[in-house]
Design a protein around this ligand. Structure first.
Ligand SMILES: NC(=O)c1ccc[n+]([C@@H]2O[C@H](COP(=O)([O-])OP(=O)(O)OC[C@H]3O[C@@H](n4cnc5c(N)ncnc54)[C@H](OP(=O)(O)O)[C@@H]3O)[C@@H](O)[C@H]2O)c1
Length: 304
């Protein structure tokens, strides 16, 4: 490879919350192409291309046109409630769509990185490492796990990266949990948060940092976890956010999962243990307070 040549990377789901942020965070690092499906992002200066992962024809056409060295597959039906009531669509996108892509990736010799989720676990134990047994409690989690297995069976050089709850700047079509929380507090509205649902929240810029190291490094193959360094409840997360952004904590209403019957099947503690990846690449993801302080700075620059 030429010394100055950048790696050509295709990022699926670039119109979504994570993908849209990765486009701006990685655009100088790689020769980056992003895909959208139904929501073309109306911005200049990025290479966006339409892709429907459920269509083999669309997958073939995009991969043959772009011919990436690496594919980061972030496209998914990622809304747990949507997946629960739309099994066919979510299976089609999350499982068959991933399979379509990885098969075509193999044909053109591209490395495949599949982004999965902490929701493959049932949340009974927490602090999950790559050696723990997954047991999804939602259809979303089940489709992501099924896709993980198919990807790893179909490609020897694939990497499956399970991410925990992400927070960061708003995306293009999807605004995310933190944005909804901030909007609520800004307008003086109260927001209900679980005191008994735990995750290891991860700041989006740390995902981008990780990609800078792992995209071409074939030592990162198989399954890895990437979450933040702290296990916090949604309620604790809200309290740190209120402190960092200067909102009244009184607007945060503590509730328990048992207060909402529809939450009873949701995992209680899906915290990820990410020491394998962090040690191997010397990565130190930000604490919730550090990440939210950074987010505050980014948001104030964007508003200027
Ligand atoms: N957000 C989190 O906290 C989190 C945590 C752990 C793991 N993850 C994983 O990270 C990835 C990104 O999540 P996200 O929150 O950014 O999701 P998101 O905002 O809902 O974005 C989903 C993306 O998938 C695209 N898409 C949907 N159907 C498609 C299809 N048939 N063909 C091609 N693209 C399609 C959407 O494109 P259009 O909008 O243009 O249709 C959009 O760009 C997912 O794989 C998710 O499982 C997310």
């Amino acid at each position: 490879m030429d010394a100055g040549k950048k790696t050509k990377v295709l990022l699926t789901g670039a119109s979504g919350f994570l993908g849209f942020n990765l486009m701006s965070l990685l655009k100088t690092e790689f020769e980056l192409y992003g895909t959208y499906c139904a929501n073309p992002p109306p911005i200049e200066g990025y290479r966006f291309i339409k892709l429907d992962v459920t269509s083999q024809e669309s997958v073939r056409e995009v991969l043959e046109t772009v011919h990436p060295e690496v594919i980061i597959h972030a496209a998914a039906k990622a809304d747990v409630d949507f997946c629960e009531s739309n099994h066919d669509v979510s299976f089609g996108v999350n499982v068959r769509g991933s399979e379509n892509l990885v098969k075509q990736a193999e044909l053109i010799g591209a490395r495949f990185i599949y982004l999965s989720t902490d929701l493959v676990f049932d949340g009974e134990e927490g602090d999950y490492s790559e050696d723990d047994n997954p047991n999804p409690t939602s259809f979303y989690g089940a489709t992501k796990l099924e896709a993980e297995e198919r990807v790893l069976n179909l490609s020897q050089k694939a990497l499956v990266l399970r991410l925990s709850l992400l927070y960061g700047n708003r995306g293009h079509s999807n605004v995310g949990f933190v944005y909804r929380l901030l909007e609520s507090l800004k307008t003086g509205k109260s927001f209900r948060l679980f005191t008994d649902q735990y995750r290891t929240p991860l700041y989006l810029e740390d995902v981008a940092e990780a990609f800078k190291g792992i995209v071409l490094d074939m030592n990162f193959r198989g399954l890895y976890h990437l979450g933040g360094p702290e296990m916090v409840s949604r309620w604790q997360f809200g309290q740190i956010l209120a402190e960092v952004f200067g909102f009244s904590e009184k607007l945060l209403l503590p509730i328990k999962m048992e207060d909402l019957p529809e939450m009873l099947t949701r995992p209680r503690d899906c915290s990820l243990n990410s020491s394998r990846l962090c040690k191997q690449m010397n990565l130190q993801p930000l604490s919730v307070k550090e990440g939210l302080q950074k987010l505050k700075q980014v948001m104030s620059v964007n508003q200027q």
